[in-house]
Design a protein around this ligand. Sequence first.
Ligand code: GUN
Ligand code: FE
Length: 413
Amino acid sequence: MGDIFKGTFIHTPQLGQLEIFSAQIKVINGVITEIIDKIPCTDHKGGFYIPGFVDAHIHAPQTRNLSLGLDKPLLQWLDSTTFPTESKFTGDDYLFYKQVVKQLVKNGTTTACYFGTIQNEANLALVQAIKDLGQRAFVGKVCMDSNSPQYYIESTDNSVASTLDFITNDIFKSTNLVKPIITPRFAISCTKELLKGLGKIAYKHDLPIQTHISENPDEVSFVKKLFPDSKDYLDVYDQASLINQRTLLAHAIYLSEDELQRIKASGCTLVHCPNSNFSLNSGIARTRDWLECGIKVALGTDVSGGSSLSMLNAIQTAILASKSINLLKDQNYKPLTPIEAFSLATLGGGTAIGNRNVGKFEVGMAFDALFVEYENPFQSFTQVEDSFYGFLYNGDDRHIKNVIINGRNIHFD
Ligand code: GUN
Ligand code: FE
């Protein structure tokens, strides 16, 4: 019974620790049940398996304006580019969303944490597209009841009620792979009442939570003005019971030392979105400090604040972001290694929400994997590790020959 995947496997059993081995991995009902004949391996034999990528922060509808408006800072970009696009989504966007999910899976994203829009019909179309393609995902109905344009806002009651409608929809009953996630957009677009209502729902229904935090200086000062009773940005969410070990907070560039300590204590995850942080000129997050503090860290594309839907781009940009801190600001700052960035894109996101764990090849983990073939165009490799680095720095979807999610080969047509 079950399936056997045989070959060379590359993963990080612990953050930043690369392990390469050859083995036969036995998978039953999507879960690794046995690793047979495991031996260390260094030779390049033409291809290798890595864990599938986890994009811990992506806005599915924003793919419609990928790469547009990125000359503006966050709050202007939301008004000029993002809100007009998101507001037009309807239940008829199933085929659009199917193309988006297909592109992501082709690029190796086996798990995605999606922001949808405020419209449930469109969000259900997104969930259906994900189910039909077999991707693992968390999908959030976006909530916003204030400081948003008249054409793209909801009342507090409607936002809470349609969140309840969404999370209890039968569409989630026939799948173990796609789950709802509570999604206040960010503090600016949510009243205290809405945040509290969403905190209660997350607790009662035992659901994860995702939102944005401390992405841009203008955003941070507006939040301070809007929530004078909160001691800082994190406290706005904390007072609404939105911060716990199943929370994903994207960006987190301008958090104080005290906020970082409280994040560490809460067990929530910070999602580093380096392409977006550069593209919207938001800032450069100090991910090394997060790791040294013991905070859980994942990686996200943040499309379309980020201009690429590929997690390989997120890995590359994360490395460059950390190097730019070292070069421009702080010589003592240790840049991320490629292995660490790869770890964040697999293990980091895979264990963040603690649902069914993915991100490494161990008994008990779900088997989500990419089969990669990457050759140096100018000289052949002898070491599989070199082929792996070539893929990380210079690879793309053409080198991903097979995508396996929950033990199942994904077919694209
Ligand atoms: N903050 C609130 N909404 C958004 C969004 O759509 N993208 C990004 N990058 N930041 C946000
Ligand atoms: Fe975002």
